[in-house]
Design a protein around this ligand. Sequence first.
Ligand code: ADP
Ligand code: MG
Ligand code: MG
Ligand code: MG
Ligand code: MG
Ligand code: MG
Length: 666
Amino acid sequence: MGLLSLGTPLTWEEAKPHADLVRERGIEQLLNIWKKAKSKERDILLWGDEIEYLVVSYDEDSKDARLSLRQAEILGDLAHDEELRKAGGCVPSLQEINQKPGQRVPTFHAEYGRFMLEATPGAPYGGMLRDLLTVEPDMKKRRVIAKQHMTKNETPITMTSFPRLGVPGAFTQPYYPPHGPIARSIFVPDEIINPHIRFPTLTANIRSRRGSKVCINLPVYYDEKTPNPFKDPTVQYDLSDYPEDGDVRNGAAKDGHVYMDAMGFGMGSCCLQITFQAKNISEARTLYDQLCPLGPIMLALSAASPIFKGYLTDIDCRWNIISGAVDDRTEEERGLKPLSENKYVIPKSRYDSVSTYISQDPGFRPEYNDVDIHQNLPLKQKLIDGGMDEPLAKHFAHLFIRDPLVIFSESIKNYLVENNDNFENIQSTNWQHMRFKPPPSAEDAIGWRVEFRSMEVQLTDFENAAFSIFIVLLTRTILSYGLNFYIPISKVSENMETAHRRDAVLSEKFYFRKQVFPPRYANRNNKGSSTSPGGSMSNTPKPAELGPVEDEYCLMTINEIMNGQQTPDGFPGLISLIESYLNSVNVDVETRCELARYLDLIRKRSNGTWETAATWIRNFVRGHPEYEKDSRVNAAVNYDLVKAAETLGNGEGKGTSLWKGLFEKR
Ligand code: ADP
Ligand code: MG
Ligand code: MG
Ligand code: MG
Ligand code: MG
Ligand code: MG
């Protein structure tokens, strides 16, 4: 989540009249930062990941795995780590870890769910390829440290969604009944929300602004004994404590679907995010655009969440669940009623795929921005008057069509143009699959950054490291060769939907660019040069010969995107491009071999040799003796699944059938 301001939060009704003020100030703050930081140069490559954990609590007597709600206590403990270590004496102190070169002390953060933790490397990684070898050990260390601050029956797991969040009965430890005043959910208690006032306010204000509870329907996975047609039996139609209890009587829960009604179903899921610092603003804009088409591909490849609310569903990824879970659009904005109070019909939730490219690279063609997006035009004009160029002003003007969801009265009173709180209010509640992060302040040492946000968290740190390292190497390769992955932005959104489908990684095709090389390499290739990256790259048109945009891309499998097309002029595959890059730089043998292990994971997951976590989880459930073939993931199956996830996460399953199950397709 973004910045946490402290103070007295306003309800939606109280906040609404201040929305324009917050937006105006946000734009002033942005302009202040942009003016001073736009000419920042030569920032070094820094990057870091974020891993989110579920904290589970076992009841060994009843063989149950629940969500532990002890986030605050665990984080409190972690904050006093030094003393604890001295008292316990069993692990190196943070200071000791710090003194070892190349090692960092992980940082732990709160997240939306009171059963979640987030951990980042204590300091970002640098640009040395050798540094990449510290990523997996760092991730492992985080898991160990987190575990040390939990009780004996608690453990952190890196599972994207908790299978039994929202089932009737107890799925948290301790138990709280659902249907509290904040989320008003039929399924989850308000006590699953991080009690920091920002989070309950965000939850309540999204509901109030929308005018109903959020509404998520996932197609159920029909198994042998699943009732057909399926009607979600956990929906209660007869409640009348809140006006929102009427949502289901008005058709909120769709037949054939698992119905969910609270922010926690989305924001309670875990992901893997990567943030890069670029050397300057222009490189950051390039990376933002070039990584954008990779978002859906990496979502499908990292798919890890087939179960929601105790049911196997027919999707493999969390993204759209979060999208629905924070969808604050009113009926007017969703196009269900004619516009009167609101300004725009908005096709997407605040949490959705990117809708506009921002770079001014020569490879960009206006046709790629093929989606008409709403923009806050008066604020855009302010940015333009302040000197900002149109594509960047458009990007921010699009984010600024949204209302601020949580306003603290203190931040209205204590306004400073030098701060970024009003800007972040809007920026950090626009959850797109890429985020363009300006420096926190005009004077800051931190530069222009880009965040890659679509990936699901993986069960093991080997995989989390592999996905992170793959993206880092891809950015190096993109910048080194000036690669061009542009496709029309509408196709990126279509790919995002495709990525959710069950087993999309092997069964679906995605729009992808055929020719990614800049003209300078194409010319060399035409002369048969062997120095060109990736081998095949003929047919690159010179800029003057650009044909229709539709000819630039085609549908490819993820295997083709990663491992290349077999045809002579086919796409060489991202992995071979990365390998060409690695061949072109100085890298020692050990580093090269280790990096090859990580690339191998991406290669084998793409060609189906190794399973996604989503497939592994689905098969684990379906093969469990206590699964009744009715799509339901009962407590016994859940317990064994969570235990298995823990074992794999601790790296203890290596060589066992569990590990083989995840890494080798049977
Ligand atoms: P958010 O939750 O707002 O996306 P976090 O602070 O949780 O951001 O995580 C940001 C990630 O970026 C961390 O992994 C951190 O190590 C990394 N990071 C921090 N500073 C920089 C920087 N200057 N450049 C690149 N990455 C950075
Ligand atoms: Mg997070
Ligand atoms: Mg974070
Ligand atoms: Mg943060
Ligand atoms: Mg983040
Ligand atoms: Mg969508």
